[in-house]
Design a protein around this ligand. Structure first.
Ligand SMILES: Nc1ncnc2c1ncn2[C@@H]1O[C@H](COP(=O)(O)OP(=O)(O)O)[C@@H](O)[C@H]1O
Ligand SMILES: [Mg+2]
Length: 401
């Protein structure tokens, strides 16, 4: 565990999260722009920008998504492909209204299938847009893009000390900063959680409150209680007195996860070793369980037992083995192929043991994965496994913005 550098800790908390706009439109012509500006004044406050859906994709890769998004496809060669791209960069809970010039049933059907709430053929009129906005607001359930929910990734260690918290924190940082995803990091160890510390943040509080009063959890509660790290990573944990015995029913976590799934692309959970009803529930409802092991017989045996904890029937879920601290004990360790054989899995996520990197990152007040190198590459491979996507090449203008 690294020591906290108090100055960086303060600097990092100073930045408040940017809010989510109610509505946003990208249109290519002045006429549509005027109609939308009028409609936004009446129906939903929002900004109208000049540009087509491609510009919208660029914009939303780096900014918060609005609740309602209007995009123009008039001059776009492959509109349905662009809608899929848009769905990929949008946060959960966005209703998309598409406007365009072509009046074709086939296109209309394809766009609805791709998840848009409504397609309007130009010229835009106040009536048409008012109707579409009201469908988008009230009929959200009908539009798949808005129903796209964040994924729950549970990190659990086969043994203590294998680096479970380290993997959870570094992966969260990577998804937030290299994949530009919104990430909620939950530290379920209410007594000895280290996630905030590893991010050089002050101890987070609020998770206990969320578990004690699940019905009070809503987006406002989260905005107040989660600790931001940069623009896209938010931590929720607690630091409760060691002598207090905290027990919550399994369902206490359900509402929290449900609300988080609507606001974040990923909910990464650091699941503590000591099993509790809430931890078991997280393992049950997660989309991916990342089981962290080192190259020891004990870890491999416990990982095999962990992967037998069942999920909820009918829910698609997968287990991913992460081998951490590779190379730590040299030739006394099990070989990676032996670990793979024992667990009957191909191992794609192997993270090197790099104590010097950890020491220097700690001294500089950064997370080890921020430093380019073998460790960051390994976490990148883990992010690719989890997201199904390679690390995006970030363009220069975004790096220097
Ligand atoms: N790949 C690694 N290289 C070097 N040190 C590591 C690595 N992974 C974890 N550590 C160190 O190992 C210790 C235990 O890690 P931690 O994440 O707290 O383990 P766990 O959550 O499994 O108990 C910490 O001091 C951490 O800095
Ligand atoms: Mg831990």
């Amino acid at each position: 565990m690294e020591l906290v550098n108090p100055t960086t800790a303060l600097e990092k908390t100073a930045k408040a999260p940017a809010g989510r706009p109610a509505a946003l439109a990208f249109v290519t012509d002045a006429e549509s722009e005027a109609v939308l500006q009028g409609a936004f004044l009446e129906e939903a406050p929002g900004a109208v920008l000049r540009g087509n859906i491609i510009k919208a994709v660029q914009h939303l890769s780096g900014a918060r998504s609005p609740h309602i998004l209007v995009v123009d496809i008039s001059d776009v060669a492959l509109p349905v492909t662009e809608v899929h791209r848009l769905a990929d960069v949008c946060e959960p809970g966005v209703s998309v209204i598409v406007i365009g010039a072509r009046n074709e049933v086939g296109l209309y059907r394809d766009l609805l299938q791709a998840g848009v709430a409504e397609y309007i053929v130009k010229p835009l009129t106040p009536d048409l847009i008012a109707k579409a906005l009201s469908t988008a607001v009230h009929g959200v359930d009908a539009a798949p893009i808005s129903r796209k929910l964040g994924k729950l990734i549970a990190f659990v260690g086969a043994r203590g000390g294998v680096g479970t918290s380290t993997m959870a924190v570094n992966l969260s940082w990577y998804l937030a900063n290299r994949h530009a995803r919104r990430v909620a990091l939950l530290d379920l160890d209410l007594h000895n959680g280290v996630c905030s510390l590893l991010l050089n943040l002050p101890p987070s509080s609020g998770l206990r409150d969320a578990l004690e009063n699940p019905m009070r959890v809503d987006s406002l509660f989260l905005e107040r209680t989660m600790t931001p790290h940069g623009e896209r990573l938010f931590v929720l944990g607690s630091q409760e007195p060691l002598e207090e015995d905290l027990q919550f029913p399994a369902k206490a976590i359900d509402n929290l996860v449900e609300v988080l799934r609507e606001q974040f692309h990923y909910i990464v959970v650091d699941v503590p070793r000591l099993s509790s009803a809430v931890s078991r529930r997280v393992l049950e409802i997660s989309d991916t369980r990342a089981i962290v092991v080192d190259q020891t017989l004990q870890a491999v045996r416990d990982a095999a037992r962990l992967s037998q904890v069942n999920g909820i029937d009918g829910r698609e879920r997968r287990d991913l083995i992460v081998v951490n601290r590779q190379g730590e004990t040299g030739r006394h360790a099990l070989r990676v192929d032996e670990v793979a054989g024992a667990l009957e899995q191909r191992l794609r996520c192997i993270v090197p043991f790099q104590p010097a990197l950890f020491a220097s990152a700690g001294a500089r007040g950064i997370v080890p994965v921020e430093q380019k190198g073998h460790f960051a590459d390994a976490i990148g491979a883990l992010a690719t496994e989890i997201s199904g996507q390679p690390t995006p090449r970030i363009s220069r203008w975004r790096l220097f913005r």
